[in-house]
Design a binder for this molecule. Structure first.
Ligand code: ATP
Ligand code: MG
Length: 420
């Protein structure tokens, strides 16, 4: 192993690709910020019980994927594997739900950790942007979140994604379905671990990715046939609202998601260019989560979109983001006096909001012009002793190749004008 290798299942974001990650986070959060969602940031680790209770003792996340640690003080902590439990915990701690303005709408962006088998699109450290709307039961809120995620993906230029939608029922109808499903599953030919899962969380068996398991599930009872009238009406309203918004979705009655806390609306965004790691994001309603972690009844809904997989989806579709130029002006001084003068001009440009960079290290003209080219700058400023004596700098348009002398004193203003 090389000394410079990142840990297994992780990778670094370095320029230029890192710019795409920033742009994706920006694009996903922009519609949220425009829709009343406030920014929240929580610690990278939490007490382990929060996830055990919140995400669910029987989920893969808690049983297999969580990074847990004992501190020197004896606290049991876990690196956060997902965002929802932490955000709800933080909202409860800060009493945001008591401020009288429900729903509490929050968005977040950060790193998450899961001890998984690394493969394309599946890492041990990955990044998500998420949104949570806490404390209100209203189909329009579920619809809002689905519409905003769709808007974010479309704004990025993604087209080959699909939205899968389902309802998981509530505390009235789901237990009845659960029992019917258990009765069906107990008769199937399944391994020990899956048999245990039938008893703890049978819905998750439906989520099993193995073909031999899926084959046996064809005639499994359908949750749809068990939904109570209230859940049916709620789900129809969500469907009607997103349909009216022109958002295309597919009903997927097998969609259960890997977390225990979901009720009613559940959805997943999948991208067809990603192979087996096709889920780019997912979410749903979690009306019981607050009580599961010891809080009051707070019906809520949210989603998390994976930034890493979204970037892979962009690459799979060949979408080039329209990233703003990193550097607009590049200054190339020839000699010490020019260095001092042009460094001053660069500072002035930056203070005027123009992205500018400088040939550091006193290189010759040729090397410095190479750097200017690589920087992607639209204009280069070059000055040597003779230019300074005449009170001018050479302004080169890197697109047309045209070069002209402009008065040194007016150089920054001239560039501001040309760059609009
Ligand atoms: P999967 O079924 O692929 O394991 P998941 O249901 O565990 O996904 P969620 O917990 O819903 O995923 O997380 C939301 C999003 O976060 C996923 O759709 C995905 O884009 C991203 N994500 C989850 N786990 C990983 C991972 N290990 N590496 C990269 N991205 C991930
Ligand atoms: Mg997973």
């Amino acid at each position: 192993m090389s000394t410079f290798q990142a840990p297994k299942g992780t990778y670094d974001l370095t320029p230029p690709r890192s710019a795409t990650f920033l742009a994706v986070r920006e694009a996903i959060s922009a519609p949220l910020r425009d829709s009343g969602y406030g920014y929240i940031e929580t610690p990278g680790f939490e007490n382990v019980e929060l996830f055990a209770r919140g995400v669910g003792e029987s989920t893969d996340i808690v049983t297999k994927e969580m990074y847990t640690l004992t501190t020197k003080g004896g606290d049991q902590l876990a690196l956060r594997p997902e965002g929802t439990a932490s955000v709800l915990r933080a909202a409860l701690e800060a009493n945001l739900h008591k401020a009288g303005n429900l729903p509490v709408k929050l968005w977040y962006s950060g790193s998450y950790y899961r001890y998984e088998r690394p493969q394309a699109g599946r890492y041990r450290h990955f990044s998500q942007v998420g949104a949570e709307a806490i404390g209100t039961e209203d189909p329009a809120l579920d619809a809002e979140l689905i519409i905003l995620a769709d808007q974010a993906y479309r704004a990025l230029g993604l087209r080959q994604f699909r939205i899968l939608l389902n309802s998981l029922g509530d505390k009235e109808c789901r237990p009845v379905y659960r029992e019917a499903l258990q009765t069906f599953l107990r008769d199937l030919d399944l391994d020990e671990e899956t048999r245990r899962r039938i008893e703890i969380n049978p819905l998750r068996v439906l989520d099993d990715k193995r073909a031999d398991v899926q084959k046996q599930l064809t005639d499994a009872p359908k949750l749809r046939d068990y939904l109570c009238d209230a859940c049916k009406a709620y789900h129809e309203e969500v469907r009607a609202l997103i349909t009216a918004a022109g958002v295309v979705f597919e009903d997927d009655e097998k969609l259960v998601r890997g977390l225990d806390y979901y009720t009613r609306t559940t959805f997943e965004f999948v991208h067809d260019g990603l192979g087996s790691q096709s889920a780019v994001g997912g979410g749903g309603r979690y009306d019981g989560l607050s009580e599961m972690i010891g809080g009051p009844e707070l019906p809520s809904v949210g989603w998390a979109l994976g930034v890493d997989r979204t970037v892979l989806a962009l690459e799979a579709e060949g979408v080039e983001l329209d990233l703003p130029a990193v550097t607009s002006v590049y200054a190339v001084p020839l000699g010490d006096e020019a260095r001092r003068v042009l460094f001053g001009v660069v500072t002035e440009l930056r203070r005027a909001g123009i992205a500018a960079d400088f040939a550091f290290g006193g290189r010759g003209l040729k090397g410095a012009m190479k750097s200017a080219n690589r920087s992607g700058a639209r204009y280069t400023l070059v000055a040597g002793e003779r230019d300074l004596a005449e009170g001018v700098v050479q302004l080169k348009d890197m697109e047309s190749g045209e070069q002209s002398a402009v008065p040194l004193a007016g150089a920054a203003a001239e560039l501001a004008k040309r760059l609009g």
